[in-house]
Design a protein around this ligand. Structure first.
Ligand code: 3BY
Ligand code: FES
Ligand code: FE
Length: 419
């Protein structure tokens, strides 16, 4: 007879209570972590970086996703390709630095040499019957969404990437990611499960109490208050915000800046969301003084007052596109209780540090915010590790996107594993 006893993970998925945080094993168990890596990070589109990470032919960037290591290469025809970072001879790791520039990809072990399209072009002493053509590097699916790079480790990636790209592309294009450079990258290891990092990012309930730098440029009333708990002052501000949002959206759209919300966070396999939001008062950017950090504006923007275009993708990214710079974040799980948060600050490729922008000013808001968020993720990891932890309720006014993240996660796990 067919064994239909659910596995422990299937049972957990089945028992998940909507509107509540996940059960403890989702944040703690090495078995769930393995399943996350196989199903979520192994079969979905994962945001890994930007085209300007490999600006010239021969530039290589290595990204590790769990046990997989992927080399992202710009070839001589300027095409960006991705390969498993594994030599086809005896399996040695090929590229060791996160960023490098090469003529060909040469394995240091026995010097097998691959060109930038992944073909094996040199392998000594292999005898007359050896077929180089059968030993090229294994390709990995890679796609660019207006300059943002996504890879998928599965043989058959989710087909709705094109739908996402078609709808998000027009929002991103005015900021022209391809014409930027990475001014700074910072990796931090957050002491928590990757889902806690993502959940923390999907709400601003915690912002007022924890992000003094971030709440300066962000207009707080955009993040939702329960109507019954608002006083006169809050209500006036919320109304002002609602009007401002409508007016600015209309203005931006006539200026050629798509702005209206699209939310497919839990309705597509490649879930995403975007909206262009006004910044506080006269704000131009995510900086301490809310003024543009870089004198050279992005793309063909003529004003720094383009608000902040926020983009979120499932399972592992969020981005803020300002008039003068872009901040882009990817989360790469390390183990059940640690996650790499990689942040890149992008400015116009011709901007000169010290002339057009001051690096410390450019990164100050998000560097501080990331550290604060990392600590919050850490205290959650500690809390969910306690025997006293039980799933707690999300606020229907401020944690809707956290709920959508969990819905998407549970739905995708169940789709692959059954429940
Ligand atoms: O990136 C964001 O927009 C969210 C909301 C504010 C804090 N957080 C990291
Ligand atoms: Fe790469 Fe031998 S393992 S050349
Ligand atoms: Fe935060």
């Amino acid at each position: 007879m067919l064994d239909v006893t659910p596995t422990p993970l299937q049972r957990l998925l089945r028992e998940r209570r909507p509107g509540y945080t996940l059960a403890a094993p989702f944040y703690l168990s090495p078995e769930v972590f393995e399943a996350d890596m196989e199903v979520i990070f192994g079969r979905h589109w994962i945001y890994v970086g930007v085209e300007p990470d490999v600006p010239e032919a021969g530039d290589v960037m290595v990204v590790d996703i769990g046990k997989a290591s992927v080399a992202i290469v710009r070839d001589d025809d300027n095409e960006i390709r991705a390969f498993h970072n594994v030599c086809r001879h005896r399996g040695a790791r090929l590229v060791h630095e996160e960023k490098s520039t090469v003529g060909n990809l040469v394995c240091r072990y026995h010097s097998w040499t691959y060109d930038l399209t992944g073909n094996l072009i040199h392998a000594e002493h292999m005898g007359p019957d050896f077929n180089k053509g059968c030993h090229g590097l294994k390709p990995v699916h890679i796609r660019s969404l207006a300059g943002l790079l996504f890879i998928c480790l599965a043989d058959e990636p989710p087909a709705d990437f094109d739908d996402m790209a078609a709808r998000l592309g027009p929002y991103l294009e005015p900021h022209n990611v391809r014409e930027t450079k990475v001014a700074f990258q910072k990796d931090i290891i957050e002491p928590g499960n990757w889902k806690l990092t993502m959940e923390n990012n999907r709400e601003c309930y915690h912002c007022g109490a924890n992000h003094p730098e971030l709440t300066v440029p962000l207009f707080a009333y955009g993040f939702g208050f329960a109507p019954e708990e608002m006083d006169e002052h809050d209500r006036a501000n919320a109304e002002r915000y609602g009007c401002l949002l409508k007016t600015r959206h209309a203005e931006w759209e006539t200026e050629g800046l798509p702005s209206k919300e699209i939310d497919e966070l839990d309705t597509m396999v490649t879930g995403f969301r975007t909206e262009r939001l006004p910044l506080d008062g006269d704000g131009e950017s995510h900086t301490i003084d809310t003024k543009a950090a870089c004198k050279k504006l992005l793309g063909n923007l003529t004003s720094a007052k383009a608000g902040g275009l926020s983009v979120w993708t499932q399972p592992n990214s969020w981005h803020h596109f300002l008039g003068d710079h872009i901040v882009t974040f990817s989360v790469l799980p390390l183990d059940a209780e640690r996650s790499l948060l990689r942040t890149k600050w992008l400015v116009h490729k011709d901007a000169v540090e010290g002339v057009d922008y001051d690096l410390a000013n450019l990164i100050s808001v998000w560097e501080a915010t990331n550290d604060q968020d990392s600590e919050l993720v850490g205290i959650c990891q500690q809390g969910v590790s306690s025997p006293a932890y039980e799933p707690g309720p999300y606020s229907p006014h401020t944690e809707m996107l956290v709920e959508k993240f969990c819905n998407w996660y549970v739905g995708r796990m169940a789709a692959h594993l059954g429940r």
